[in-house]
Design a protein around this ligand. Structure first.
Ligand SMILES: Cc1cc2nc3c(=O)[nH]c(=O)nc-3n(C[C@H](O)[C@H](O)[C@H](O)COP(=O)(O)O)c2cc1C
Length: 190
């Protein structure tokens, strides 16, 4: 049965690596997410998103880089072996990663508008997951997102900025319940 849009929105959840089985997702999942991302609103139809796919055979080398960045950016006192090993251990769980990139090509739009459009594209990916019973994912801004070494590792151009990753994995059963404070807390009248 087709799900009602209100349910799709409210049951959307960030599903994390510890919940993944380690199975590889079919290409159909990735292709559907990418196609729907491209339907996000964007000012002047400038398509400010770029997506770099990290396929299953590249997940380990990418995580090695993320762990290395964590180690080199963290002082000895703050470094946690557990966190380092947790990053490396994700390679047994994650199926694919979509690196989320914003490109700045002309000055017609403001940078903030391009960030906003890319975030809309990410929400399209999140919501698109609702049609796949065994696919979960989330937006992460960890794993070296803001580090220049990761930018070169992903072979981004000078005018491209990494905004994080859409991390994907296979789940046996998808978690849908999520608490939210009442929306009226965040609304006011002029
Ligand atoms: C811009 C952005 C960055 C995020 N980065 C992280 C992250 O680095 N690590 C993480 O565990 N979750 C991250 N999240 C996911 C949030 O933790 C998640 O959305 C929040 O816990 C609410 O859960 P829900 O998405 O299931 O409603 C991020 C979400 C957004 C929108």
């Amino acid at each position: 049965m087709e799900k009602n849009i209100n349910h799709i929105i409210k049951e959307r959840r960030s599903i994390f690596p510890k919940e993944y089985t380690g199975e590889i997702l079919p290409d159909e999942v990735l292709n559907t997410l990418l196609e729907n991302a491209n339907f996000a609103p964007n000012h002047h139809s400038n398509y400010p998103w770029r997506f770099v796919i990290i396929n299953p055979n590249k997940i380990k080398v990418w995580l090695d880089k993320a762990a290395e960045i964590y180690q080199s950016n963290t002082s000895k006192e703050l470094f946690k072996e557990d966190k380092f090993n947790k990053i490396l251990g994700f390679s047994q769980l994650i199926s694919h990663v979509i690196a989320i990139v914003m490109v700045r090509e002309d000055s017609k739009t403001k940078e903030l508008e391009d960030v906003e459009a890319v975030a809309c594209a990410v929400q399209n990916m999140y919501l698109s997951l609702s049609q796949f019973e065994n696919a979960g994912g989330y937006w992460s801004t960890g794993l070296g997102t803001y580090d220049s070494e990761m930018k070169s590792f992903l072979r981004l151009n000078e005018n491209e900025t990494l905004l994080g990753y859409f991390i994907l994995g296979h789940v046996a059963e998808k978690r849908m319940l999520g608490g939210r404070r009442n929306y009226q807390n965040f609304v006011r009248e002029l």
